[in-house]
Design a protein around this ligand. Sequence first.
Ligand SMILES: C[S@@+](CC[C@H](N)C(=O)[O-])C[C@H]1O[C@@H](n2cnc3c(N)ncnc32)[C@H](O)[C@@H]1O
Length: 224
Amino acid sequence: MSRSLGLSDEVRAYVQRLGVREDPVLARCRAETEAMGGVSRMQISPEQGGFMQVVARMIRARRAIEVGVFTGYSSTATALAMKAMHGDGARLFALDLSEEYVARARGYWAEAKVDDVIEARLGPAADSLRGLLAEGEAGGFDMAFIDADKTGYGDYYELCLELLRPGGVMMIDNMLWGGDVAYTTKRDPDTEALRTLAAQIHDDPRVDMTLATIGDGLSIVVKR
Ligand SMILES: C[S@@+](CC[C@H](N)C(=O)[O-])C[C@H]1O[C@@H](n2cnc3c(N)ncnc32)[C@H](O)[C@@H]1O
């Protein structure tokens, strides 16, 4: 899993012990993903999963989009919170390129009994988001989470904003990118894309926003 920036191991352990109620299926997803080796760094932390569940609860989210599923931690967490509130009426569209990762995620969705409220869409996320718009879904979502290829974030931001209802919340992961965004000497495409988007969000009159220092930096925007 990824690590919250700037927390000592002791403080992180404390937060993960007392700051999160992690569902057993999520704990298993985390342990089994860890065993996959280096790629496991792509997974969100349990405290970020808990935070996203509370956001879903605060806005009573019923319909959500996720861009970047991997082995299913964030989608399972979000779907658990939404299904607890709305039962079968909850709906999460889970977008990813990788059939292999989504196959793993499906196992956790089934174990957590949220497979009936999650619809996976395989392929480039921008195409899937445009597909949702073509299906007449503009303004039809309460929540969106972006956690995929960083150079695609600008497009995902625009498309998700169109898909959100006014008052809907978008969360965008890795906006601090291990701190690299703060150093102008870091000029690789991923860092530049994140920096560009942060400035764009900051100046965007269509949203209220904050860049929260949760996990690897979580931008939270509320559509006006
Ligand atoms: C950081 S991981 C997502 C982690 C996940 N949210 C979790 O909780 O474990 C990024 C995911 O984005 C997917 N991805 C990368 N580029 C993509 C694209 N262009 N379209 C859709 N998915 C993409 C990868 O296959 C990977 O599963």
